[in-house]
Design a protein around this ligand. Structure first.
Ligand code: ADP
Ligand code: MG
Length: 567
């Protein structure tokens, strides 16, 4: 054993620890779920590396996790024989938060505990949740194939210590020195209860020690045999997605989501499918309840967990989901991909393409179904992820119509900012003679709602979609029609209301047009180069004038968007 060395936590770790201890107090038993989940991930990672190098098993290929309590010492230990960590890995995994954008995220904390504790959900709780119940945590770990082992220890305040230790067994041991008022977790029965509740779906065995029972006599004097002490498997220890759908409860799906999704909230919905035929795979896809804090960060990792014939291959396989569905979490288990598949191989691969197509349409169908059957849940979804879905029409031509069905808009029907009008609803409400879907794009909802271009539509009672998200202009430039109805911006070109204009008003318009002929010329001379053209319009009923873009010119919002990305 070497000298102890003291290192400081990254600032964000301190903030996270503080937040966690105070905000998850009422939910403290989840620490065990998080640690068992990590042990299971560590087993997955070892099994993957051992595909290439069986020596890593060191003669012990039965991967498992063991939970034990020591009443005298007041400790609970979670020990696995998974991949383990090197010294450097310990420092980065247990001393920093590696996610990009973390610093900015923590800048947004308000200091108001109730508000901030909401934010922790977006972050995932993970290893540090150990400090909810422990005032000191010791981690002893040896990486598979290495001889050096390392001990990490911390009170969850500003720093931690590191020391080299002797450790024969491969893997990681987490020792929780329970706080005085958390001794309930020493109780065997309590621990088993938590594992049953949260970790039943974990695919490796979770074991607890059964104390020896001495030989006794039954009520009729018969002999009941002694039981030696032994490790007992207390979970199902079966990969959840391989089981039959009908045998899996909603609770099991939800707990499993927290494990694969590294989330601590329940998912909104999920789809579990076994696909048979030329390409065989199982997919289990979840829609989270909340957008991650870094959804727009380009470096953010996203994608599915990939398994090949039940063997974990990689996290964040982004090849199976288009970018506009990057919030989908879950896993994919392929029977056809080779076990030695790499990201490079996945890139240009027919099987990948087939699975991606299948998964994409699963997700679109699942969302469509939610939109129809559970509008309230769908609204939650839309409010969180709508702006990402709006990237869809540009990215995925083949599914344009299916994506358009998922879109929700604010509209003059309610004049409220909430985006809750679907195109199908819009079409149902269309006036007689109307053959276009009218919309206006502006910089803000208020600006859209008060656009002078709307006047004639309001007067005639024609619904107009009110768009004001940053991506809206971009999206509309890729959406040309829906169910054979053209989209028409009401601020563009020479708006022709077609059949919606009646004969009488057309005549009146022509007459008033003659009256102002001279005026148009004078305005044009006054504005000079600033405008392309000054035109008479029938669109306005109250405002005297408005600015319009030509049919094929960039709109003012598009110009701003291009400027903001440095074009
Ligand atoms: P996450 O599981 O979402 O990555 P955690 O906070 O739970 O986040 O864990 C942080 C990291 O610590 C893990 O990504 C892993 O690298 C490492 N780690 C934690 N527990 C173990 C373990 N039992 N064996 C090996 N590595 C572990
Ligand atoms: Mg974890």
């Amino acid at each position: 054993t070497s000298e102890k060395e003291t290192l400081g936590f990254q600032t964000e770790v301190k903030q996270l620890l503080n937040l966690m201890i105070h905000s998850l107090y009422s939910n403290k038993e989840i620490f065990l779920r998080e640690l068992v989940s990590n042990a299971s991930d560590a087993a997955d990672k070892l099994r993957f590396l051992a595909l290439e190098n069986g020596d890593l098993y060191e003669g012990d290929a039965e991967l498992k996790v063991r939970i034990s309590a020591d009443k005298d010492k007041g400790t609970v230990t979670i020990a696995d024989n998974g991949i383990g960590m090197t010294r450097d890995e310990v420092i980065s995994a247990l001393g920093t938060i590696a996610k990009s954008g973390t610093a900015e995220f923590f800048k947004n904390l308000t200091g108001d505990q109730a508000k901030d504790s909401q934010l922790i959900g977006q972050f995932g709780v993970g290893f540090y949740s150990a400090f909810i119940v422990a005032d000191k945590v010791t981690v002893r770990t040896r990486k598979a194939g290495e001889t050096h082992a390392i001990e990490w220890e911390s009170k969850g305040e500003g720093d931690y210590t590191l020391a080299e230790i002797e450790k024969d067994s491969r893997g990681t041991e987490i020792i929780l020195h329970l706080r005085d008022d958390e001794k309930e977790f020493l109780d065997d029965f309590r621990l088993r209860g938590i594992v049953n509740k949260y970790s039943d779906h974990i695919a490796i065995p979770v074991e607890m020690y059964r104390e020896p029972v001495p030989e006794t006599e039954g009520p009729d004097g018969e002999k009941i045999e002694a039981q030696p002490g032994h490790w007992e498997v207390i979970n199902k220890a079966e990969a959840l997605w391989t089981r039959d759908k009908s045998e899996i409860s909603d609770e099991e799906y939800q707990e499993f989501y927290k494990h694969v999704g590294h989330d601590w909230e329940e998912p909104l919905t999920w789809a579990h499918n076994k696909v048979e035929g030329k390409t065989e795979y199982t997919s289990l896809l979840y829609i989270p309840k909340r957008a991650p804090f870094d959804m727009y960060n380009r470096e953010r990792q996203s994608g599915l967990k990939l398994y090949v014939q039940r063997v974990f291959i990689m996290d964040d396989a982004e090849q199976f989901m288009p970018s506009y569905l990057r919030f989908v979490k879950g896993l994919l288990d392929s029977n056809d991909l080779p076990l030695n598949v790499s990201r490079e191989i996945l890139q240009d691969n027919k099987i990948t393409q087939t699975i991606r197509k299948g998964c994409t349409s699963r997700v679109l169908k699942m969302l469509d179904r939610m939109g129809k059957n559970k509008p309230e849940e769908y609204q939650t979804f839309w409010d969180e992820f709508g702006s990402v879905i709006k990237e869809g029409p540009a990215e995925d031509m083949a599914n344009k119509e299916a994506i358009a069905k998922l879109l929700r808009f604010a509209s003059t029907h309610t004049d409220e900012a909430t985006q809750n009008v679907s195109l199908e609803q819009y079409i149902e409400r269309m006036s007689e003679g109307q053959d276009k879907i009218y919309y206006v794009v502006a910089d803000s909802f208020e600006a859209a709602k008060n656009s002078p271009h709307l006047e004639i539509f309001r007067k005639k009672g024609i619904e107009v979609l009110l768009l004001s998200d940053r991506v809206d202009e971009w999206m509309m430039s890729h959406l040309t029609e829906f169910q054979d109805k053209q989209f028409q911006s009401i601020t563009r070109g020479d708006l022709d209301l077609g059949d919606l204009d009646d004969e009488e008003s057309k005549k009146a318009q022509e007459e008033s047009e003659k009256e102002v002929e001279g005026l148009l010329e004078r305005i044009k001379t006054a504005l000079g180069d600033k405008v392309k053209e000054v035109r008479f319009t029938h669109r306005l009923t109250e405002s005297p004038a408005c600015v319009v873009a030509d049919e094929h010119d960039m709109s003012s919002q598009m110009i701003k968007l291009m400027e903001s990305v440095g074009q």
